[in-house]
Design a protein around this ligand. Structure first.
Ligand code: HEC
Ligand code: HEC
Ligand code: HEC
Length: 128
């Protein structure tokens, strides 16, 4: 037979199970990552700018890297011309990590938060 206590316990358990994901993601979105820009190379820049503007980089850096990889490995391209005409080596290690040498406080901060694990570092040198 049912008794009041065990029904209450069951309702509570169901509520916890159902609400847990919301509580968890609410906690997460309350603390977005702040990728550090404090590196020697970036501190030397007269204008603190990425190869493209920051919003574009946030959205598209995976695609840029993928294009670089294909274009340089397959077609032997070596230079990326940004939309403002500036040129950069088409290289993960030289360009991206040249400026963002703090991989741990920059790339990893975001990726850990977003639960993405690029496999690039199996082969490419990432530093920390
Ligand atoms: C010349 C130095 C330099 C190079 C090369 C460079 N970055 Fe950046 N990057 C910066 C700076 C400085 C910022 C901050 C720009 C801003 O806040 O307007 C930035 C911003 C970003 C952001 C946005 C960060 C945020 O908080 O939203 C991403 C993502 C990024 N870079 C990834 C990359 C990747 C990937 C590469 C290589 C394809 C790269 N960067 C190459 C200097 C560089
Ligand atoms: C502002 C946050 C942020 C920063 C900073 C950042 N990333 Fe990302 N990155 C992401 C997110 C979010 C994704 C997943 C995007 C998606 O799946 O659409 C991603 C995906 C990627 C991917 C594709 C991974 C895959 O398995 O598809 C690569 C490669 C990558 N990032 C490289 C870098 C490198 C290199 C740096 C540092 C130079 C960097 N990212 C910095 C947020 C960031
Ligand atoms: C299995 C090993 C391996 C993995 C994993 C890997 N790469 Fe590479 N990558 C290479 C090799 C080897 C080259 C050719 C290097 C050369 O030509 O000097 C290369 C070249 C590149 C280049 C052009 C040259 C350069 O210096 O950067 C880019 C960009 C690149 N990879 C990006 C990536 C990204 C982004 C990821 C992760 C999404 C990744 N790679 C994962 C092995 C790997």
């Amino acid at each position: 037979m049912y008794n009041k206590k065990s029904v209450m316990a069951l309702i509570l358990l169901v509520a916890v199970v159902v609400l847990y994901p919301f509580v968890k993601s609410a906690g997460r979105s309350a603390e977005p990552p702040a990728p550090s820009l404090d590196t020697p190379a970036i501190n030397l820049l007269a204008e603190k700018a990425c190869i493209e503007d920051a919003a574009y980089m946030r959205e598209n850096h995976m695609q840029i890297l993928n294009d670089w990889r294909v274009q340089s490995v397959r077609d032997g391209a070596t230079v990326y011309t940004a939309r403002d005409g500036q040129e950069f080596p088409m290289s993960l290690e030289e360009s991206c990590l040249g400026c963002h040498s703090n991989k741990g406080e920059f790339c990893d901060t975001c990726h850990t938060y977003s639960e993405v694990e690029p496999n690039c570092w199996d082969c490419h040198v990432g530093g920390n």
